[in-house]
Design a protein around this ligand. Structure first.
Ligand code: FAD
Length: 395
């Protein structure tokens, strides 16, 4: 909130500032650090700036956005190719990406950068610090007494105990541990915090009760997502699909557990959550102008004793992500994969109201009209439900 207020204040003051130099300085924003937080921060700011320019009657070219980092490329934990994409996207959004430049000083109206042996000072109204995570004071103090690394992270063994004290367990952002075979320590991210908490809880219980066995920490991370802005891309996608300025956006979700089965002595049971989702835009008359449909089928198997046999850490992808991997095409009478049929139904919905889509003729949930049945032979009952919910929720 303080940062948002600060950004607003800069635009408000700039709007009334007759001195060109002062005005430009007020509208110059530096983000120090081009890791996850830095590129997400500057990406959001780059998307917000046109809105603020409009509100405060400021020209976009008077606003300067810079992301600076001492390393050679942004988000260096990503492969080089993806770092390149991040940099190109930021540049396209009007951000100057300055790499190989360390921040060596910040004053009220400036930022000081060191590139190779040269130190230079640049006018800056706001500097946002995103150059790394610091431990909380209590951990930073503890890190002085025990073996630690990288900004007060405490080194742990595979059971998540401090390597110096077996009765001290460390988890989440405060732990420093490199999984055998990996080059880098575990990331300071939510998944690591969640996984390490379970392992440590088990190991603390074992060490207190002397029952059971200690677990080694073996996290399975699902991957990383970096959002370099998103609003403009989402709008661009919807516009490409037919949405117009002034349309409303809605999302509808339904989940069914109807296909779950009990376990028997000779067969595993399945708890299935089948979630269907639609995102769409409607115009002032309630006519759908763009639409997407997707679904996620999450199966958790268990045996007759109730023991879960599915690997709960495995990623569950949506049907549109799985695409041809789902394997419906070979069995389909029209030779179309699930995602192709969902896309065809979404396309069919465009130009109709949700009520009209719900009025589609079906036989046992499957379209009966010959034209539509040439591209959709799957059940559309849940599609109709999510389209209705999405249209109702549009705002
Ligand atoms: C801006 C930002 C964006 C992020 N985005 C993502 C993301 O998109 N995805 C992702 O996976 N991760 C993200 N992270 C990282 C993620 O938030 C952390 O990895 C995660 O929260 C770590 O969990 P934790 O429980 O170890 O620590 P925290 O969530 O930081 O929790 C520590 C808690 O301890 C409290 N505390 C501190 N000192 C004391 C004390 N002396 N006494 C009592 N309580 C104390 C703190 O107030 C805090 O509530 C982001 C982090 C930041 C800063």
């Amino acid at each position: 909130m303080r940062l948002r207020d600060r950004i607003h204040d800069c635009f408000r003051l700039a709007a009334d500032e007759p001195d060109g130099e002062k005005r430009r300085r007020l509208l110059t924003f530096y983000v120090a650090g081009a890791g996850f937080t830095g590129v997400e921060m500057i990406g959001e700011l780059a998307e917000y700036v046109p809105i603020l320019c409009k509100r405060f009657h400021i020209r976009r070219e008077d606003v300067k956005l810079v992301d600076v980092d001492g390393l050679p490329r942004p988000v260096p934990v990503l492969p080089e190719k993806l770092s390149g994409r991040v940099e190109r996207r930021l540049t396209k959004m009007g951000v100057e990406v300055v790499m190989n430049a360390s921040v060596v000083g910040v004053g009220e109206n400036f930022i000081r950068l060191k590139q190779k042996d040269t130190v230079s000072e640049h006018a800056a109204g706001t500097v946002i610090w995103t150059a790394g995570i610091e431990s909380a004071e209590i951990t930073a103090d503890a890190a002085k007494e025990v073996r630690s690394a990288g900004r007060g992270r405490i080194e742990v063994d595979s059971y998540l105990r401090s390597v110096d004290h077996e009765n001290v367990f460390v988890i989440g952002d405060n732990m420093f541990y490199t999984v055998p075979g990996e080059e880098r320590p575990v990331p300071q991210m939510v998944e690591n915090a969640e996984h390490s908490a379970g392992t440590a809880a088990n190991n603390i219980a074992v060490s207190v009760t002397k029952k059971g066995s200690m677990q080694e920490y073996s996290p399975k991370f699902h991957g990383i997502m970096v959002c370099v802005g998103g609003r403009s891309q989402a709008v661009a996608n919807a516009t490409e699909m037919g949405a117009q300025a002034g349309d409303k956006l809605g999302v509808g979700v339904v989940t069914s557990i109807a296909d779950s089965t009990d376990a028997a002595a000779d067969a595993e049971g399945v708890a299935q959550a089948y979630t269907t989702v639609s995102a769409l835009t409607v115009n002032a008359d309630g006519v759908i102008t763009s639409a997407q449909i997707d679904a996620v089928q999450a199966n958790v198997k268990f045996d007759a004793t109730g023991k879960i046999t599915t690997d709960l850490t495995a990623a569950v992808d949506s049907q549109n992500v799985i695409g041809a991997g789902y394997g419906m095409k070979a069995a389909s009478s029209i030779g179309k994969e699930w995602n192709e049929q969902a896309a065809a139904y979404a396309q069919y919905a465009i130009g109709k109201t949700a009520d009209e889509v719900n009025g589609t003729a079906v036989t046992e949930g499957v379209p009966s009209d010959a034209d539509l049945a040439a591209s959709v032979t799957i059940h559309v009952t849940d599609f109709n439900s999510v389209i209705t919910k999405a249209a109702d929720s549009a705002k």
